[in-house]
Ligand binder design. Structure first.
Ligand code: NDP
Length: 331
């Protein structure tokens, strides 16, 4: 038996609870899995918060064990790439959405989805990074692939005090960029500066409708917010600059014009972590292990237990959670 969070939809409505579960139930629900993982840590991401509160249709199969992220030790494997005792990381691939996830002490997964844990990381730190941090690294890699470099100008990070934003600031500052952090939480200025932000802007300056072309400022942008914020970020991006768009905290809409793209050659790059190819994942995790400052990571992370995840989820959607939330599934 093991403990898991369990989401159910019945005639009585939606329920989310912690319950104990038999291994047979997990095996029956995951017939295509070839690796059994003893999960040590999971994480609470924005998407997990949506699933735990049933706020948007993240879960597409019921009942569901949530948790899009997991890290732990392989207990059993018939996959050629992994053996008992290996430490691994799982992010995305529909886990916690269509396949039972990692907000549980045990998970059954496909070996093709797993990344070997870099030696410099452990399960707690890997889940302190989680999908949000790995997505931040994918955004940084996208900017670099388009040739964005510190000598070309400032980089804007939106949703700065959230999970993606906090890790993006730490990574970009370490790489030598002048990072400008956009936040709605003025009280977090000291936190953002400690992570490496050189300047803080009030997110209200970006979140209202703006002109199609504005004063050129950003060499690059990491946007976790979408909507008018993304449109304004594009309108303020310098000639041939790059905007990496990964989130929708303000909204899914994109009320923009093509002006920045056709008149300034601005590049808008979409970043998806869920189905991202394994080579990019391995590259991102290797870089996160080597480049993300451990102290910064510990500073941005709160560790909670399985039950706490249910309590923290609505706070996260209300924008009240700072940085990252790792989940100790044995607590
Ligand atoms: P968090 O909840 O940790 O952070 C989101 C941040 O966005 C908040 O902290 C807040 O920052 C800002 N924000 C919240 N509401 C608004 C609003 N109405 N207008 C403007 N800004 C707002 O989430 P994550 O950082 O984990 O994720 C951020 C986004 O990225 C989410 O939309 C998530 O779904 C998406 N995402 C996408 C992935 C992908 O594969 N493409 C992977 C991971 C995340 P502040 O308080 O500083 O203003």
């Amino acid at each position: 038996m093991f403990d898991a969070l369990y989401l159910e939809k019945t005639d009585a409505g939606f329920t989310a609870k912690r319950r104990s579960m038999a291994d047979d139930e997990l095996t029956a629900a995951t017939p295509d899995a070839d690796v059994t993982l003893r999960v040590e840590y999971s994480a609470l991401n924005y998407k997990d918060a949506l699933a735990l509160t049933n706020r948007s249709p993240v879960v597409r199969r019921w009942p569901m064990v949530p948790g899009i992220d997991g890290a732990g030790v392989v207990e059993e494997s018939s996959h050629a790439g992994f053996a008992k005792g290996d430490r691994v990381i799982l992010n995305g691939w529909g886990v916690g959405e269509t396949h039972w996830g990692c907000l549980a002490q045990r998970a059954r997964l496909r070996g093709d989805w797993l990344v070997a844990m870099p030696t410099a990381l452990d399960s707690r730190r890997a889940m302190s990074i989680g999908t949000a941090g790995y997505t931040a690294m994918l955004c940084v890699m996208m900017l670099e692939r388009q040739g964005v470099a510190p000598d070309q100008g400032e980089v804007l990070v939106t949703g700065a005090a959230g999970g993606v934003g906090s890790v993006a600031i730490a990574l970009l500052a370490k790489l030598g960029f002048r990072v400008v952090a956009s936040t709605g939480r003025a009280a977090e200025e000291a936190y953002l500066r400690e992570l490496g932000a050189a300047e803080i802007v009030d997110r209200a300056t970006l979140s209202a409708p703006g002109k199609p072309l504005q004063k050129e400022r950003w060499a690059g942008v990491v946007d976790a917010v979408g909507s008018h914020t993304l449109a304004n970020a594009c309108a303020q991006t310098r000639y041939r600059g790059t905007v990496a768009a990964c989130g929708l905290a303000q909204g899914m809409d994109f009320p923009a014009t093509v002006a920045p793209f056709i008149l300034r050659g601005v590049r808008l790059i979409g970043v998806d972590s869920v189905m991202c190819p394994i080579e990019d994942r391995r590259a991102a995790w290797t870089r996160l292990a080597n480049e993300l400052d451990r102290e910064a990571l510990d500073r941005i992370t709160q560790v909670v237990g399985l039950d706490d995840a249910l309590r923290v989820a609505p706070e996260m959607l209300a924008g009240h959670v700072r940085g990252r939330t790792a989940v100790d599934v044995n607590r």
